[in-house]
Design a protein around this ligand. Structure first.
Ligand SMILES: *[C@@H]1O[C@H](CO)[C@@H](O)[C@H](O)[C@H]1NC(C)=O
Ligand SMILES: *[C@@H]1O[C@H](CO)[C@@H](O)[C@H](O)[C@H]1NC(C)=O
Ligand SMILES: *[C@@H]1O[C@H](CO)[C@@H](O)[C@H](O)[C@H]1NC(C)=O
Ligand SMILES: *[C@@H]1O[C@H](CO)[C@@H](O)[C@H](O)[C@H]1NC(C)=O
Ligand SMILES: *[C@@H]1O[C@H](CO)[C@@H](O)[C@H](O)[C@H]1NC(C)=O
Ligand SMILES: *[C@@H]1O[C@H](CO)[C@@H](O)[C@H](O)[C@H]1NC(C)=O
Length: 621
């Protein structure tokens, strides 16, 4: 018995000692277990794919011939409230890494703390924006303190999953495209390197990624971190790698983000990156013996409120025109990439087919509604916060969703006015959209951010004015990352600062208990919640489907309490919302759909149009 135990211990030691992942500066390649190695990787973010689908997506990535996946780690997923950590369920990073290993894939881990990723605040938790004087991505102690305490939780989870310790993680990225950020704070990068080394040990490959120009690499890298670049299809790949070679004269060539697709913004076009172009330049890169990660290979979804923003907000779908669709289906781009990869990493394992829709499109009626002001006591159970001047969303200890601001007006200012005259309300700084309500009437919607004027006809007798303000997603890229939300400046009413505000936090993290009424007559009232229930056909498992919202304007959709994300079909380009089958209940159970419509519903003229459709194909633009 003792001998067997000793033998097993020795075997274990030998196995760990055999496992190494290093850089060979002499032969310009990686060394895996001492042998030349290059990775052909695909991007997939565990926080954008429901956990029950991880295995399916990873197997499909492996079946394309890839030998690695790359994922970011989203801080705001793991520390939603300061000091409260979550590494379970859909946030179980260790389980994702093990699933990758089970699928015979290595992992390139981009640990942050900043990730960009077109994700809310570039991964920074909303609470980090509470103190507006914080300097993100710098040596500011107000920033480094929370970074240190988060990394003290995250990195010990990663350590046993490093390749050298028997896991799949071959390399870890420090920060993300830091050279594109104006701070250029090398002490900060050094601090992160020391932190990563402290928890991960001396031997794991730590690297940085920057755009492929010397000016970007200048501030993005440290001599002790391996410098890599990112670039998309087009041009001579070696010319793109020249900037990397200026910083790493030897070692493997690495493109950490080879753009297989691109993101979409509300009001823009659906991105399309030609499949044969992607395949052709991938071939060129692989010919150079470079390691490459395709960004994205499976994009997934910005469920809930988690999309990022730049000048405008990113749409809910993160399909990205990637080789695997948002729902994990195989595309012609996947096939073309697989052929190229097969030339280098063949023979390939068999294709895994797409999941076919199992039943035809169907409509459901929305039969109940509840006006926002009638649901406040349920949506904001602790009641309003009072303050002389408006508080920002973060000051209300809220990160996402909506805040209802109620300000007191000054009737005395209307003395010289008559009906038909205009009242002018000015918002000095609004983040990001406000629906302005006067006496249960939606008078206007304004979108941020500076010096927005709302004018409406004189309406005698009103004492308050309501502003339902939506955080449409924090900026994820550039110098304004971590922007605060809500009414950020003061509001004037006929030039007089409005005071004595009441504020209701509406994070919409629980949509049960809303006081719905049966719709018996058409209703124009918005913002309102609308509810419908439906059964799926018998004898079929719930399929993936897509919610089509003809006649609806802008809002948020919930299926069985799960927040599917923002819809805005009139703005586009995204028209349908992805509904993962795992959130639907099989026959004979009742499914519940709730829409929170802000602007205009189709229920105003005819209750027969108060409906939505579930369709079998996405419409993304
Ligand atoms: C790629 O690696 C192979 C095998 O080591 C080598 O023969 C070839 O010259 C390399 N190609 C380039 C472009 O470095
Ligand atoms: C908040 O303000 C409202 C309206 O002015 C008032 O009725 C309520 O008592 C105030 N609540 C607190 C806790 O001061
Ligand atoms: C926010 O949280 C802080 C710290 O827990 C607390 O002191 C403060 O009263 C809270 N503010 C609101 C508006 O709830
Ligand atoms: C709002 O106005 C008050 C009074 O002038 C001022 O003290 C306060 O700083 C202003 N708030 C903002 C966010 O500008
Ligand atoms: C959601 O709200 C309902 C009723 O308002 C309550 O019974 C339930 O416990 C809440 N759920 C969670 C997860 O907080
Ligand atoms: C709404 O209608 C349903 C059936 O159409 C009925 O069972 C229910 O009692 C009604 N609820 C209310 C609050 O009237």
């Amino acid at each position: 018995m003792f001998q067997i135990a000793l033998l097993l211990a020795l075997v274990g030691l030998a196995a760990a000692a055999d496992r190494s992942f290093t850089i060979d500066y002499k032969n310009d390649c990686f060394l895996k277990d001492g042998k030349p190695f290059r990775y052909i990787s695909g991007g997939i973010h565990y926080f954008r794919v429901p956990r029950p689908y991880w295995q399916d997506r990873l197997k499909k990535i492996r079946a394309a011939g890839l030998n690695a996946v790359q994922t970011y780690v989203a801080w705001n997923v793991h520390e939603p409230v300061q000091g409260q950590f979550n590494f379970e369920g859909d946030a179980d990073l260790a389980a994702f890494l093990k699933a990758a290993q089970d699928a015979d894939l290595l992992v390139i881990l981009r640990a942050g703390p900043y990730i960009c990723a077109e994700w809310e605040s570039g991964g920074f938790p909303g609470w980090l924006s509470k103190d507006p004087s914080i300097r993100f991505r710098s040596s500011d102690p107000k920033y480094l303190g929370p970074v240190d305490s988060y990394m003290a939780k995250l990195l010990p989870i990663v350590k046993p999953l490093l390749y050298e310790n028997g896991g799949p993680v071959i390399s870890v990225q420090v920060e993300n495209e830091y050279g594109s950020f104006p701070a250029c704070d090398k002490e900060y990068l050094q601090h992160l390197e020391d932190l990563f080394r402290k928890y991960l040990g001396p031997s794991v490959v730590l690297f940085t990624t920057d755009g492929d120009s010397i000016s970007l690499l200048k501030c993005g890298t440290l001599p002790s971190l391996y410098s890599t670049v990112d670039f998309g299809p087009g041009g001579d790949p070696m010319s793109h790698f020249l900037s990397m070679r200026a910083y790493e004269p030897h070692g493997p060539l690495v493109n950490s983000e080879y753009y297989a697709g691109w993101l979409d913004h509300w009001g823009g076009h659906h991105a399309h990156v030609d499949a044969s172009t992607v395949a052709q330049y991938l071939d060129e890169i692989l010919k150079l013996n470079a390691s490459v990660n395709m960004y994205m290979f499976e994009g997934g979804t910005n469920f809930g409120f988690m999309n990022g923003a730049t000048a405008s907000s990113d749409v809910t779908s993160y399909d990205y025109d990637a080789p695997l669709t948002e729902a994990g289906n195989i595309t012609p781009k996947y096939q073309q990439i697989r052929e190229v990869v097969g030339k280098y990493n063949g023979p390939l394992s068999p294709l895994i087919p797409s999941s076919a829709p199992v039943y035809d499109p169907f409509d459901i009626m929305l039969t109940q509604s509840a006006y926002i002001l009638d649901a406040l006591s349920v949506l904001a159970p602790s009641g309003p916060t009072n303050s002389t001047y408006p508080l920002r969303m973060e000051q209300l200890n809220q990160s996402y969703g909506f805040v209802l601001y109620r300000g007191v007006t000054h009737e005395s200012l209307l003395r010289d006015k008559k009906v038909g005259d205009e009242i002018v309300v000015q918002l000095t700084y609004l983040k990001d959209r406000a629906t302005v309500l006067l006496h249960r009437e939606n008078i206007v919607t304004v979108q941020g951010s500076i010096d927005k004027t709302v004018s409406f006809d004189v309406y005698f007798g009103h004492k308050t004015l309501d502003f339902l303000v939506e955080n449409t997603g924090r900026i994820n890229y550039g110098s304004r990352v971590g922007d605060p939300k809500g009414i950020v400046g003061n509001v004037t009413y006929e030039m007089r600062t409005m005071t004595n505000w009441q504020m209701w936090s509406i994070p919409l993290n629980n949509v049960t208990g809303i006081p719905f009424q049966n719709l018996t007559a058409p209703t124009m009232e918005v913002p309102s919640f609308f509810r419908g229930t439906f059964q799926l056909p018998a004898n079929v498992p719930p399929p993936d489907t897509y919610l089509k919202l003809d006649g609806w304007n802008k809002g948020q959709a919930f299926i069985n309490g799960f927040n599917l994300g923002r819809y805005w079909p009139v703005m586009g380009p995204q028209v349908t919302l992805y509904v993962p089958g795992i959130h639907l209940l099989p026959h004979p159970q009742q499914n519940e759909l709730i829409l929170f419509e802000l602007i205009k519903s189709p229920c105003g003229s005819d209750l027969n149009s108060c409906k939505v459709s579930f369709v079998d194909q996405p419409i993304l633009g």
